[in-house]
Design a protein around this ligand. Structure first.
Ligand code: SAH
Length: 354
């Protein structure tokens, strides 16, 4: 049993069962025992691999996307180039490298990283070398300036709550204690105003998830883009509507029980893009688009072919497999979705279509 499991059991014994959101928050970000607070979880030797760690092409496409929306809006200078949940800093490094080819972009960009983990801030510093960077704890701490922002696999790491539909309302799925171990339980049923809109599309027994932190973060970003210009690109696994249990724990690239390995496994849930879109009323929301389609429209295949010309043997094999992983429907191509926010009067951003 991990030290964090013992802390959680003591807390539950004292104050009663806790929500999955409280559980996730401690497992991921507890200052001493939290998953992100204590390690660099990425890559072959870690627990999971993200798109920017698979191939430089991912960050290159996103860098060109950001540069194009910046040009479409009249090249505002200076502007905030922000990433939330930057992991190792690989995506931002690739964005900055490719954007150097776009006159004026790098000079006008002020790079800000929103990162909760002190350990990962150190890794990001190392990855970005001499590049001037400012770290922020939250999106609200970003400076007031045109905001061009990207978030890859950020929203899936935010704590969720789960509710099971019941004839008498909703029962919340809680983390409780049973026989000395953590165990899922259900609260008494109660009506819930924030889930009133899900009464039409669910039946008793169905489970829905809600991510309390996602909407306020999205609204903060949307309001800034509406007022000062800019754009946001969200990439994550999930779908338009949350239905069913998607809480998952990964350790060493294998799924594990989400209630064991507290603080030692990554915990995520699928992102409800409809909830993000609804929180972005102040801006134009480009329609949710599968990652594979988005990357193809941006020209990832032409880029892959250009890079392939200088490769051979195992390096070429691995390059081809990286392109497939990022775009193919059986891999990340449709599991991952993209959503973009731009001001109401801005053109449709590249990679999206009506
Ligand atoms: N975007 C990166 C990493 C994704 S993992 C990539 O694609 O490789 C999730 C990232 O979000 C980590 O950097 C984690 O420390 C950070 N994070 C998780 N919760 C956060 C929060 N509430 N505020 C800021 N950063 C957070």
């Amino acid at each position: 049993m991990t030290e964090l499991t013992q802390l959680l059991l003591r807390r539950i014994a004292k104050t009663g069962p806790i929500s999955i959101a409280d559980y996730m928050a401690d497992c991921l970000l507890h200052p001493r025992h939290g998953y992100y607070a204590t390690r660099d979880p990425f890559g072959a030797t870690g627990d999971f691999t993200t798109a920017p760690e698979i191939s430089q092409m991912f960050g290159e496409m996103i860098g060109l996307w950001l540069a194009q929306v910046w040009i479409d809006q009249g090249r505002p200078a200076p502007f905030t180039l922000a990433e939330i949940g930057p992991g190792r800093g690989t995506l931002m490094a690739d964005i900055l490298r490719v954007a150097r080819a776009v006159p004026g972009f790098a000079e006008a960009a002020r790079v800000h990283l929103v990162e909760a983990s002190a350990t990962l801030r150190t890794v990001q510093r190392r990855t970005l070398g001499d590049q001037p960077v400012t770290w922020a704890d939250t999106v609200a701490d970003l400076p007031q300036a045109p905001l061009f922002l990207v978030a890859n696999e950020f929203f899936d790491a935010l704590p969720i709550r789960q509710f099971q539909r019941d004839p008498a309302g909703w029962r919340e799925v809680l983390v409780a204690e049973k026989d000395g171990a953590l165990s899922f339980g259900l609260s008494a049923p109660a009506p819930l105003a924030s889930l009133a809109h899900r009464l039409d599309d669910t039946r008793p027994g169905d489970l829905v998830e809600m991510c309390p932190a996602a909407a306020p973060i999205t609204t903060e970003i949307a309001d800034r883009i509406a007022q000062q210009g800019g754009a946001a690109l969200f990439i994550d696994y999930g779908g338009w509507h949350s239905l069913g249990d998607t809480l998952q724990a990964l350790k060493a690239h294998q799924p594990v029980d989400p209630l064991t390995h507290c603080g030692e496994a990554d915990l995520t849930a699928h992102v409800d893009f409809e909830a993000l879109a609804q929180a972005a009323k102040a801006v134009r929301v480009a329609p949710m688009t599968p990652q594979g389609v988005f990357l193809e429209r941006l020209g990832i295949t032409a880029r892959a072919q250009a890079l392939a010309r200088n490769l051979g043997g195992a390096a070429l094999e691995s390059h081809i497999s990286a392109h497939r992983r990022l775009t193919h429907a059986d891999e990340m191509g449709t599991l991952f979705q993209t959503l973009a926010l731009v001001p109401h009067d801005a053109p449709m951003p590249p990679g999206f279509a009506e």
